[in-house]
Design a protein around this ligand. Structure first.
Ligand code: ATP
Length: 479
């Protein structure tokens, strides 16, 4: 039994406090998350049994204290996402409130929502106002600077593990597009084909490279502005002439990163390959504007003052906790983060939709019929019989079709109406599924249309190292 969540890398969150947090079942309710997120939270004892992973001290003590229990800790790493199981062996939903406490990040609260509204002049994006964007690190520092005219840049990415992306991947990308449009800032998107190759027992380098190029088409179809966006695949960019500054930052970061840090953060052991140990330095180096002189200019001193904001799902946080530990030792700024929750697997909210698990996912190239079949089989919070459902009502907190509606249905009033109808038993699970199917079919159809318009030539332009155009840039030189 091994704990693969490790919280030791952010200096503010010590190993001992993390260990204590691990062995204490979590009972504190969240007040800042919306009811549907709050209600999927439950109290679990945290253990996991990842093969080939070294036990963290906290997990060893936990394993000893809970010998007779079937409980398994929730595991949230870049490589594994699971809500764990309770003492009876029943899968439990991911507890995001607990993650905030354990990872040591900050909650997105009402004050931040108000600040977004004030700065952008628009109501917050539905993912923000419904609590799916739920946590951050140093977001306020980035916004403070932005208010004083200091620009920031956005950095997000994708590990190309499949030909087509799934609808879950569009969550951080759609939110990133909103940030790009709202703040008029440049964006770099990293395709970590090297990471997927190093971590996958099955995928060849050629396959990962092909997936990267295919996924770039999907990403562009989310709607990014070519004038403000640079997309790169690691296997190409790092070894190109334009990648030299990035390569230097990778080496600087690699020199500051010890094997102990990597083992502590990711749970690797001596059977992991050396590429896996080295990769976090690559993912970190993208956080520094000086890695991209063709975008930000060659005045390294000024460029290094441009803050980086990383929108991603919370599983990517360990990479950046480690980056934030090491950046000041290089005289560089810590990147800020803004975290989303996961779009749940078709099987239930105890795990995320994942491209590596095809039965859990609705892919962006699925047909209307495939979507219908998949959502038809999705985990339902309906009761066993029609009578019982009318008497007890449906459970929106665990109902996957309803949860999909919370991510994709724009209309707040309609969503609330559906919730009330379902919970009161007036709406049956068949109708809930039909509603989600229609919404997802429309979402994917709109994506399909945009994707058709993305040609290899357009992709080439997005992936060409070049100056990006955005209005806040001139201020950098004045600093
Ligand atoms: P997969 O196994 O599906 O390829 P992954 O974790 O490898 O999943 P990445 O390509 O590494 O996916 O992730 C790209 C971005 O999408 C990251 O910010 C990641 O956190 C996010 N992401 C992945 N799956 C989901 C999901 N189900 N819901 C929301 N965001 C997700």
């Amino acid at each position: 039994m091994v704990d693969t969540i490790n919280v030791r890398s952010e200096k503010t969150h010590t190993a001992s406090s993390a260990s204590q947090g691990t062995i204490t079942p979590h009972t504190r309710p969240s007040n800042c998350l919306p009811s549907f997120v709050r209600s999927i939270m439950s109290s679990v004892v945290e253990i996991s049994d990842e093969p080939g992973q070294p036990p963290a001290l906290s997990a060893l003590s936990l394993a000893q204290t809970s010998k007779d229990s079937k409980a398994k800790e929730q595991v949230i790493t870049p490589f594994d996402v699971s809500g764990g199981v309770d003492e009876q062996g029943k899968p439990v939903a991911i507890d995001y409130d607990k993650l905030i406490d354990r990872f040591g990040s900050q909650r997105i609260d009402k004050a931040i929502l108000a600040r977004f509204e004030r700065l952008t002049g628009k109501p917050p994006h539905r993912l923000l106002r419904r609590g799916m964007v739920f946590s951050h690190r140093d977001l306020n520092l980035v916004l403070d600077k932005y208010e004083k005219g200091v620009p920031f840049f956005l950095y997000t990415g994708r590990g190309p593990s499949s030909n087509s992306m799934h609808v879950g991947h569009t969550i951080p990308f759609e939110f990133t597009k909103y940030l790009q449009d709202a703040f008029d800032v440049p964006l770099v998107i990293m395709l970590t084909d090297d990471e997927k190759f190093l971590h996958s027992p099955k995928l060849s380098l050629q396959e990962c490279r092909r997936f990267a190029l295919e996924n770039a088409l999907d990403i562009i179809a989310v709607g990014f502005d070519v004038k403000k966006t640079f997309i790169f695949a690691d296997t190409e960019f790092i070894y190109s002439d334009h990648g030299a500054a990035f390569g230097f930052n990778i080496l600087e970061m690699a020199k500051k990163t010890t094997n102990n840090q990597i083992k502590g953060t990711f749970g690797f052991n001596d059977t992991n390959n050396i590429g896996e140990f080295a990769f976090p330095a690559i993912q970190s180096a993208t956080s520094f504007a000086s890695s991209f002189p063709f975008i930000f200019g060659h005045n390294t001193k000024a460029v290094n003052k441009i803050p980086c904001l990383i929108p991603c799902a919370i599983d990517q946080d360990p990479y950046f906790r480690q980056c934030r530990d090491n950046a000041p030792r290089l005289g560089l700024m810590k990147p800020a983060l803004i975290h989303t929750v996961f779009l749940p697997s078709l099987r239930g909210s105890e795990s995320k939709m994942s491209a590596s698990d095809t039965d859990s996912s609705i892919f962006l190239n699925d047909t209307d019929n495939q979507i219908k079949k998949k959502v038809g089989k999705a985990f339902s919070g309906g009761q066993d019989t029609r009578e019982e459902h009318e008497r007890l009502g449906g459970r929106t907190a665990v109902d996957v079709p309803f949860q999909y509606l919370t991510f994709f249905l724009e209309d707040d009033e309609r969503l609330e109406h559906i919730r009330q109808q379902y919970e009161s038993g007036k709406m049956q699970s068949g109708e809930m599924k039909a509603t989600a199917i229609k919404e997802l079919q429309a979402y994917v159809a709109a994506f399909r249309e945009r994707r058709k318009a993305v040609t290899p030539e357009i992709r080439e332009e997005f992936m060409r190292p070049r100056q990006l155009i955005f209005k806040s840039m001139p201020l950098v030189e004045e600093q």
